[in-house]
Design a binder for this molecule. Structure first.
Ligand code: NAP
Length: 490
């Protein structure tokens, strides 16, 4: 699955925001791991940029310590030394004009090669950086621009940003990251669906009763209160991560596994989701906000003020209006301070049309295919079999279980972090796992009416206790349809 290392061409990677949280925890550790795996060539170069006044040596020293802290495994010190020797640092305030000539000079040392500009900074800095890259003639046709989430706050702002980027760069140069798409299991969704004859004939409303997508976190808003309170779970999680998962579950088979065929099909799904009017928002969405627990602060304490109507939890039921999915509801939920750090997609199949075991078994459980994203990536298919032993035909449910981590043990393979995969795809110029501008806009166009209806609704989100599955109304969303959520982390 992850055995073949395809080396990438030499590249220069410029990381804006090199001293920040994302760069320290994700980007640099991922690069180190790819170097360890032999995928990053010895003449590749990384240039970190930020306003802090570090010398390149001081930055390398700090970087080595940060990689040791974040890489999650024992560090190969020789490899780490090699990695940091390929890293340079440049002090630069992206809102000023100083320093860009120095960046031009450093990039010029290697002539024409792949240049990746990773915008790991606040979204408000994306446009100013792109303007200056353009103005100073830093980008070439071999350049890629990588934008982190959030990509816009609503349809209008996402469109404005897309137009701004399009003024300087071709769409083929833009890599909008949704790191969920870099997760092995998420990509496996496409392998399961399109590389096995078994599932695809059943993958429709005739055989699928409903789909549940859960992304649960145990943490609160942590140090991101100001950003989060402006965004909320709908914008921070549903518009991007849950929407992408939904697309991969619901899309038609693309003609081939290539950027535009895949993204065309995802876009069709987003455009086919039934829009929400105010009444649907009232009926089919639930907003929650966590209270204080025994040893954890409330949402209000976390953001430092009371009265916020921002949701830290969302549950919703949506429908996809097309031939394949008409009649199959999709239930989505995501929230903070829930029972466990836990993400999964469950495809619940319909019951068999007639039970031949009616004399001994009152109701046959239906099959469920569960795709686990975290904590333990893997796939489970719940099946019904005969309970062993004499004494008549008794049935029992068993899981056909595959943990990726266990499956890789002994094969010398590891589960790569999403950023490892995505970074190498960027260098290779493969946009398949990145969101196209029209996809992002379509997702915002669907989300905006929900956000607007909540804005008009003066009620507070429902409070819920930390360590639970969220507010009771979220349970009711499924109970009233005679269905129930799967347990979080059980
Ligand atoms: P952060 O910790 O606040 O880091 C921001 C970085 O930007 C720092 O290196 C900062 O360094 C630099 N910076 C700020 N203003 C600058 C300026 N005028 N010129 C040059 N550099 C400047 O932020 P982060 O958490 O890493 O997030 C970065 C981006 O990734 C954001 O768009 C965020 O939404 C996104 N993201 C983050 C995470 C995460 O887990 N952290 C997850 C998903 C997406 P100086 O202050 O030294 O300049």
């Amino acid at each position: 699955m992850v055995s073949r290392i395809i080396p990438v061409d030499a590249f220069d990677l410029v990381v804006f925001g090199a001293t920040g949280d994302l760069a320290s925890r994700k980007i640099f550790p991922a690069l180190y791991k790819r170097l360890l795996a032999g995928q990053v060539p010895a003449d590749a170069r990384v240039i970190g940029l930020a306003r802090a006044a570090h010398t390149p040596e001081a930055f390398r020293h700090q970087l080595a310590a940060s990689i040791r802290a974040h890489v999650g495994t024992a560090v190969d010190e020789a490899c780490l030394a090699r990695f940091v020797s390929q890293v340079d640092y440049l002090q630069l305030d992206v809102l000023g004009e100083a320093g860009w000539a120095e960046l031009v000079a450093r990039l010029g040392e290697h002539g024409a090669r792949i240049r990746v500009f990773y915008l790991s900074v606040a979204p408000g800095l994306f446009s100013p950086i792109c303007d200056r890259l353009w103005r100073h003639g830093i980008t070439t046709v071999q350049s890629r621009i990588v934008a982190e989430k959030p990509f816009g706050h609503d349809f209008e702002s996402a469109r404005a940003l897309n137009l701004h980027l399009a003024a300087h760069f071709a769409e083929s140069q833009l890599y909008r990251i949704d790191h969920y798409l870099g997760k092995e299991t998420v990509q496996n969704l496409m392998a399961i669906r399109f590389a096995n004859a078994l599932f695809e004939p059943l993958w429709n409303a005739r055989f699928v009763d409903h789909v549940q997508i859960t992304v649960a976190e145990t943490i609160g808003v942590e140090g991101r209160g100001e950003y989060y309170d402006h965004a909320g779970a709908l914008r921070d999680m549903v518009q991007n991560h849950l929407m992408q998962l939904l697309c991969l579950i619901a899309m038609e088979p693309p003609s081939r596994f290539a950027p535009d065929p895949v993204r065309d099909e995802k876009l069709k799904v987003i455009r086919a989701i039934e829009p929400f009017d105010a009444e649907r928002v009232r009926e089919d969405t639930v907003r929650g906000q966590y209270r204080a627990g025994a040893d954890v602060p409330s949402y209000a304490d976390d953001i430092g003020r009371t009265g916020s109507r921002t949701e830290s939890f969302v549950a919703m039921k949506l429908r996809i209006a097309n031939w394949r999915w008409s009649g199959t509801p999709f239930y989505l939920r995501t929230g903070k301070r829930l029972r466990a750090r836990f993400s999964e997609i469950a495809v619940a199949f319909r019951e068999v049309p007639h039970s031949v075991f009616a004399q001994t078994v009152s109701r046959l459980p239906a099959n469920v295919l569960v795709i686990r994203l975290q904590p333990d990536e893997g796939i489970t298919l719940r099946m019904t079999i005969k309970e062993p032993g004499p004494g008549g035909m008794r049935l029992m449910e068993v899981p056909l279980d595959m943990s990726f981590a266990e499956a890789l043990v002994g094969k010398g393979l590891h589960m790569p972090d999403a950023y490892e995969r995505l970074l190498m795809d960027i260098v290779r110029g493969d946009q398949t796992l990145f969101m196209r501008g029209d996809e992002v806009e379509a997702a915002w166009a669907w989300v905006d009416p929900i956000a607007a209806a909540w804005e008009l609704d003066r009620r507070q989100p429902q409070p819920y206790d930390p360590g639970t599955s969220g507010p009771d109304d979220a349970l009711m969303l499924m109970h009233r349809d005679n269905r129930r959520w799967r347990g979080i982390g059980e």
